[in-house]
Design a protein around this ligand. Structure first.
Ligand code: HEC
Ligand SMILES: [Ca+2]
Length: 500
């Protein structure tokens, strides 16, 4: 560490180094306080600076090890979330038999956690470079439990544009949302726009979002849509949910009978054009669940006086079940908040009700810390009090463990580094019997499809099935049990089908 310090020019970095050096020495010898200016600069240090000044000298510039008797951190065994807390504790308390200093007195918990995330970023990059992506052999992907191949369902240039949600009508036609605003029917590879769907505003992450066909569609004809609703004459928007029916006018599908299911008061429309959520699922007991993102509200996700960063449960017509967890705690003049089921979410772009009745979400962390959560009535999922992330600015702004006693339900699985979690379903049906009950999760920036097996709230395994084919925005198991994927860049729908 001292050697690293002497190589540096420029006052700020030297002061950070001096601060950390002095402290780790101090921890061993005296309790002399840091120079106030050095302390202040250390408080403002980015994770990159903290790593380079405190850790690189022993662990190498990218975690490859070699200095101070360290071995490489870049192995598959070490790239395991069950070690996250162990790593945190080792950095905080030191490794006495291995000459690793303790940083608990010189770095905050947030800084130490940020360094663990940094190590995860090194590992993610190095392991991808070393092992690459799942690759087909003669068109067949060989995963642990099933071989599969990919088929194109709707190719590029056939009428899809940033496809966001997929569901099926009982006659086998697919219904797909295009984020710029259209909702389309897909028959074979023929794409037909539905006339008269609500006007969504495509802005940032917003637009036409999810679609869900009622499980009793044959008898009631309901289709649900979530979208970015614009406030007229302003830039303000908010997630809104409606349902409607299809009428076929001389073959042209037309949206009719629209009813509003979820709409917040105008004071909650805002200029932020991100973190809308938004997925919608049925529990087949007369309720829907849907996810509304935090809309840039951060800690507002913790409060019951606003709609941001929550998962909701309402009856299928939008009315409120009397046994919802917060009906008596939300402001009386904002009845739409009575639908709140859970709090503390960030941007939930995956939501699924498993065939056994378990509700799961995936949501985006900032840099690192995308989450798979088991959603349980009334629980708090932590944002923005805690997170498994570094901030986009490279500042260590969070640790995963609350210090103020708040009870947080932690993710069952987390992605460090981030995948941009989006699209979630549970494998079922006869096509992939050995995957039955496994969670299938997609990633945008990560361009990955992961299969996740859990045992209660414990992660059993996570296997990457696909990587690098495009941004995966939606994952949906079809009526045939095949696994359909909406890709963005290129904009198309593909499916996994079993292969010998
Ligand atoms: C003086 C050298 C030294 C410095 C400085 C140092 N470490 Fe270590 N660290 C070690 C040694 C030695 C081990 C024992 C494991 C090994 O063989 O690599 C270790 C272990 C670890 C482990 C646990 C690895 C495992 O597989 O269990 C983590 C995580 C870690 N260090 C992170 C850091 C971070 C983050 C910093 C900077 C804040 C840091 N270390 C600073 C020497 C150092
Ligand atoms: Ca969380």
């Amino acid at each position: 560490m001292l050697k690293g310090t002497s190589l540096l020019a420029g006052s700020a970095l030297i002061l950070i180094a001096a601060c950390a050096t002095q402290k780790s020495v101090a921890a061993a010898t005296t309790t002399e306080p840091l120079h106030p200016e050095a302390m202040l600069i250390q408080q403002r240090a980015t994770v990159t600076q903290l790593y380079n000044e405190n850790c690189a000298n022993c662990h190498g510039a990218n975690g490859e090890g070699g200095g101070g008797g360290t071995r490489t951190l870049l192995t598959r065994e070490k790239f395991d979330q069950s070690l996250d807390k162990i790593y945190f504790d080792k950095v905080k308390n030191g490794v006495s038999d291995a000459a690793m200093p303790a940083y608990g007195s010189s770095l905050t918990d947030e800084q130490i956690w940020g360094l663990v995330v940094r190590v995860r970023e090194f590992q993610g990059r190095a392991l991808r470079a070393e092992f690459g992506s799942p690759k087909p052999v003669n068109g067949v992907y060989q995963s642990k439990l099933h071989n599969f191949k990919l088929e194109t369902v709707v190719d590029q240039g056939k009428g899809l544009s940033t496809p966001w949600g997929i569901d099926w009508l009982p006659d086998g036609q697919m219904i797909v949302t295009n984020r710029p605003g259209q909702v389309v029917l897909v028959n074979g590879d023929k794409v037909t726009p539905i006339i008269g769907t609500p006007q969504a505003r495509e802005t940032g992450q917003g637009g036409m979002l999810d679609v869900a066909v009622h499980p009793e569609y044959k008898t009631n004809g309901w289709i649900y849509l979530t979208y970015t609703d614009p406030m007229p004459n302003t830039e303000d928007t908010m997630t809104k949910i409606v349902r409607g029916k299809l009428k076929f006018d001389g073959g042209t599908p037309t949206w009719t009978n629209q009813q509003t299911i979820f709409e917040v008061s105008k004071e909650f429309y805002g200029r932020a054009n991100y973190h809308y959520g938004s997925r919608i699922v049925f529990d087949k007991k007369g309720h829907i669940f849907f996810a509304i993102g935090e809309r840039g509200g951060n800690l507002k996700a913790q409060e019951l006086n606003n709609p941001y960063g929550k998962i909701y449960r309402t009856n299928e017509d939008g009315t409120i079940p009397t046994d919802n967890p917060f009906v008596n705690q939300v402001p009386a003049d904002k009845p739409f908040l009575k639908g709140i089921w859970t709090i503390g979410h960030r941007n939930q772009q995956g939501l699924v009700m498993s065939p056994t009745g378990e509700l799961w979400d995936t949501e985006h962390g900032p840099r690192g810390g995308d989450e798979l959560n088991h959603i349980v009535k009334g629980a708090n999922y932590g944002w923005a009090k805690v997170a498994w992330s570094i901030n986009y600015s490279d500042m260590p702004d969070w640790s995963p463990w609350p210090k103020d006693g708040t009870v947080i339900t932690q993710p069952v699985s987390r992605w460090l580094p981030s995948i941009g979690a989006s699209g979630l379903d549970v494998a079922r049906g006869s096509a992939f019997p050995k995957w039955k009950g496994d969670i299938l999760a997609g990633g945008l920036a990560g361009q990955n499809l992961d299969r996740i097996r859990t045992d209660g709230d414990k992660l059993v395994e996570r296997e990457e099935l696909l990587h690098g084919l495009g941004r995966i925005r939606e994952v949906a198991v079809g009526p045939d049990g095949n696994i359909y994927i909406a890709l963005n860049q290129p904009d198309k729908i593909i499916r996994l089908v079993p292969a010998p």
